[in-house]
Design a protein around this ligand. Structure first.
Ligand code: 5GP
Ligand code: ZN
Length: 116
């Protein structure tokens, strides 16, 4: 995907603080962190969102989810963290390349969605 910002990070065309990479997945710090630790895990291949995932992505998705606690611990999330996948317009997705947010730090995170 030519103009996808996360594809550009995968290709090394724009800089990012990459904290993990392998053949299928990379993880890098969020440019606008919501907490002391905030990084994103993305597939190297362009998948627009969770709505676009298919059975063929099952192993990749499992791999990304299992990497979350592994990298989180390395980054200092020793006492838990929050995992978020925003999907589509209603989910508040802003970058349309599938990513898992991992958010943590020392203190308990605030509630995510306020019921009215
Ligand atoms: P979304 O709302 O799509 O789930 O989250 C997109 C996230 O990507 C946001 O937290 C935003 O700060 C982050 N982001 C957007 N552009 C860049 C960028 O160029 N580099 C990095 N490292 N993060 C970005
Ligand atoms: Zn992309």
């Amino acid at each position: 995907m030519e103009n996808c910002i996360f594809c550009k990070i995968v290709r090394g065309e724009i800089p990012a603080k990459i904290i993990y990479e392998d053949d299928d997945v990379i993880a890098f710090n969020d440019i606008n962190p919501a907490a002391p630790i905030h990084f994103l895990i993305i597939p190297r291949i362009h998948i627009t969102s969770l709505l676009d995932c298919e059975k063929t992505h099952q192993a990749l998705l499992g791999r990304m989810l299992l990497l979350a606690p592994e990298i989180a611990k390395e980054q200092g999330c020793t006492d838990g963290f929050r995992t978020i996948i925003n999907t589509g317009r209603v989910g508040g997705q802003e970058v349309f390349h599938l990513h898992i947010h991992i958010i943590g730090g020392k203190n308990r995170l605030p509630g995510m969605i306020h019921k009215t």
